[in-house]
Every structure is written in structure tokens, then in C-alpha cells.
Design a protein around this ligand. Structure first.
Ligand SMILES: *Cc1c(COP(=O)(O)O)cnc(C)c1O
Length: 417
């Protein structure tokens, strides 16, 4: 008898959760383009609905039966099983977009009168949902900036006067676009401090920038590891999707709400994401390798004032400690200040030949954008400056092209500034 071997996630991305014998021996999962599924018996249909509608808990080893593609579909189920492996999560729910994942988490775990405490900067869509929608339904919100101590964060919560109603701490780390890091386990301690037996404070982390390869928020105490799967997980700039990993209790609740909001991903998107997962680790490894070289080049360039990249955080600082604790590599998102302002930043961007000007990130191709006038244009200008999102800041998502070509392109464009 051989010893039981535990495979690494990257080895399981090609086959995990899929039985060829159920699909005519196909090596890859077909796209199950079907709206509904046939039950063997009426008893079986009844049992499937009891679980799907949360009328009773799932029995041990009971599988949720296939019912209807708004509730579940083989492409989504196999994909969800594979996504749990990276975060070592019980379960995962996939959505039609990253925003659908984020808004569904907030709608399920916050109710009017509750307090949401969240880090800034956050993704523009998340910021809009918090300010324009959550405030409209009577949810209190309080923001904090990176770099605060636990005592400083708790003091912000207390000053709202709603500390006893704190229901969720929401983080984005590294923060887009400045790569500022927030200490997840420190926020877990805050969540525990404000939790009561009947009101747990949930900790949610948007893990789009580093995950699911370089950072695993659940290991540091988070309840949710949330993704815009549009970015690294999808990786080819050809789809929109989202995902959330967590324990059985929270993901069960999310899937129930997803059933009624109807914001699940389509079978076709699920299938595309499965294809993407096979190369996720090699893509992210190459992108990170390229980014380290690009960051070093920028850091020594006379027309660059400052580079914001986790791989360049000086040792001995508090940020370096956080980086070492929660990230296993510096990732492939770089921001930097060009010497000058908007004109110089635009001159650089417009002079690039290979690197395209577009928002989004994490795809195989390198992309550049100008946060102050594009992704973060909606932020209050004074607050934006406090977060270092100035006119001279440029953001680059480093792709899998040859790093010599990426660096050549950046170098020739900087010459023209
Ligand atoms: C893109 C992005 C989102 C939103 O995801 P969509 O798939 O576009 O809905 C959320 N958070 C971060 C950090 C993102 O980059």
C-alpha cells in the first residue's frame, strides 16, 4: 500500500472534481448548456430542494443535487471545488462578476443599522456600492487608511457611536492602486473584540491583487476571500466573473442569496475559468518574475520619483513585517510616480508602443492606466491625495510578455517624457 499523497493545487487544476465516465469519457468537462436537470424520482426532487432552499442542513456526505442552472450547474460546481483548493476553503461560490461577489457578501451579512468598517482605497465599484447603496438602506460606514495601529482603528470604530453594531470589517490588501498593505490578522483581532455570541463580526478580504496564489486571507482569520475572477483567475481579459471562498456556513448562506438574486456565473464562463485555472500558477509566477524586473528598472530610472511595489518595501518597517506575514511573493501590480504631474504621466502613457492603455488587470498582456483620472476619478480629490493617488501616479499590470520587451517599451516611453 502506497502512502496517501496530497497533491498540490496546481496539479489538481486539470482534473479535480470531474469524472470523465459521467461525460462519455471526455478528458475535459463539457459546457453544460442546460437550464434544468431531470430528477430520477419525486422524492429525489424534494430532497434536492430542501437543501438548496436551506429548509434543512445538508446531511453528512450528502451532495446537493442538480436542479436548475440558477441554483447549480456542473461547470460551476467543478470550478468551485477547484477554487477551494488554493485557499484551503470548505466551499466557494462563483458569481457573474467580482462586484456581484462583493455586493452579495455585503447584502447577506449586513442589515440596516449595522456598521461596516472598511479600508481605503478600495476598488471604485466597491466604494460606490458602499456610499451610494449601503448608506441608502441605513447601513453605517466608517473608513480607515492603511498604516494605522490597532488602537487607532478601534478608536475610529468607537467614535462612530455604533461600535456595538459593527457587523463587518472589509479589507482590500494590497490596496489598489498604491499597493499599501493592511494587516489581516490584526483586523481579525478587532473583529473578535467587537463580536458577541449572537453577533459575530465578519472579516472580508478582497484578494484580487495577490490571490489565490500569493495570499490566503482565510489562514489569517478572514471569513471571506473574495475575487474579481475577471483578473488573475480568468487571466486572459476575455470574461467577467467573481468568486468568494469561506467556510460551509457562510458560503451556504451566500449561495442561497445568489439563487434569489440570480447573479451566478453562466456555464460558459465557468468552463472558461476552468481552462484558465490550469495555467493560473505559471501565469502568476511569470508575471511576478517580470514585475520584479520592471520594478527594479523603474526604481533606478531618473524620470521616476517613487515606485509602489511590495517587492521594494524596505526591511525593518512595519509594512515589511505585514508583507512577510501574509504574502508569499510581491505580485505583478506596480504603481509609480513619474517626475512631474498629469502632463508627464500622460506623455509616458501615450508614448508606450506595446503596453496597452486600459483599465482592468491580471491578464496575460501588460496594461497601463492613470488612476487619478480613470479608475479612481470618483474619489474625493483631497482624500485621493491623502492616499497618494496623485496626478503623477501611473499603474501597470505586468503581463507574461518577455520582460526585455516590457522594459524596453517603458524605457523608450520614459525617454519621451
Ligand atoms: C476589478 C476589481 C473588482 C470588481 O470586479 P469585476 O469583476 O469587474 O466586477 C473588485 N475588486 C478589485 C480589487 C478589482 O480589481
Amino acid at each position: 500500500m502506497g502512502k496517501k499523497h496530497t497533491y498540490k493545487p496546481e496539479s489538481l487544476m486539470m482534473s479535480y472534481g470531474f469524472k470523465p465516465s459521467l461525460s462519455e469519457g471526455a478528458i475535459k468537462s463539457p459546457i453544460f448548456l442546460t437550464s434544468t436537470f431531470v430528477f430520477e424520482t419525486a422524492e429525489e426532487g424534494k430532497a434536492f430542494f430542501e437543501v438548496a432552499y436551506g429548509l434543512r442542513a445538508k446531511r453528512k456526505r450528502e451532495k446537493v443535487g442538480l436542479i436548475y442552472s440558477r441554483i447549480n450547474n456542473p461547470d460551476l460546481e467543478i470550478l468551485e471545488d477547484r477554487l477551494t483548493l488554493w485557499d484551503d476553503a470548505d466551499d466557494c461560490a462563483v458569481f457573474e462578476s467580482g462586484m456581484a461577489a462583493i455586493s452579495t457578501v455585503m447584502l447577506e451579512f449586513l442589515k440596516p443599522g449595522d456598521l461596516l468598517f472598511y479600508s481605503t482605497p478600495v476598488y471604485g465599484g466597491t466604494d460606490h456600492f458602499i456610499h451610494q447603496f449601503l448608506s441608502k438602506i441605513g447601513i453605517h460606514t466608517a473608513a480607515f487608511k492603511p498604516g494605522l495601529s490597532r488602537a487607532e482603528m478601534e478608536s475610529i470604530i468607537d467614535k462612530t457611536g455604533f461600535g456595538d453594531r459593527l457587523a463587518m470589517i472589509y479589507l482590500e490588501t494590497p490596496a489598489n492602486p498604491t499597493n499599501a498593505l493592511i494587516d489581516i490578522s490584526c483586523c481579525k483581532k478587532i473583529a473578535d473584540t467587537y463580536s458577541t455570541p449572537d453577533k459575530p463580526v465578519r472579516l472580508a478580504v478582497d484578494n484580487t491583487y495577490m490571490g489565490p496564489i500569493w495570499q490566503h486571507p482565510l489562514k489569517h482569520g478572514a471569513d471571506f476571500s473574495i475575487y474579481s475572477a475577471t483578473k488573475y483567475i480568468g487571466g486572459h481579459s476575455d470574461l467577467i466573473a467573481g468568486a468568494c471562498c469561506g467556510n460551509n456556513e457562510v458560503i451556504g448562506r451566500l449561495k442561497t442569496l445568489r439563487t434569489f438574486l440570480g447573479n451566478m456565473a453562466s456555464p460558459h464562463t465557468g468552463w472558461l475559468l476552468m481552462r484558465s485555472l490550469e495555467t493560473l500558477k505559471v501565469r502568476m509566477q511569470q508575471q511576478t518574475l517580470n514585475a520584479q524586473k520592471v520594478a527594479a528598472f523603474l526604481n533606478s530610472h531618473p524620470k521616476v520619483e517613487k515606485v509602489y511595489y511590495p517587492g521594494l518595501i524596505p526591511e525593518g518597517t512595519r509594512e515589511y513585517e505585514i508583507f512577510k506575514k501574509q504574502c508569499s511573493a510581491p505580485g505583478a501590480m506596480i504603481s509609480f510616480d513619474v517626475k512631474g504631474g498629469e502632463a508627464e504621466a500622460f506623455r509616458f502613457i501615450d508614448a508606450l508602443k506595446m503596453i496597452k492603455l486600459a483599465v482592468s488587470l491580471g491578464g496575460t498582456e501588460s496594461l497601463v492606466e492613470h488612476p487619478a483620472t480613470m479608475t479612481h476619478a470618483g474619489l474625493d480629490p483631497a482624500y485621493r491625495l491623502e492616499l497618494s493617488v496623485t496626478e503623477k501616479l501611473v499603474r501597470i499590470s505586468v503581463g507574461i510578455e518577455h520582460h526585455d520587451d516590457i522594459i524596453w517599451d517603458i524605457g523608450q516611453a520614459l525617454e519621451l517624457v
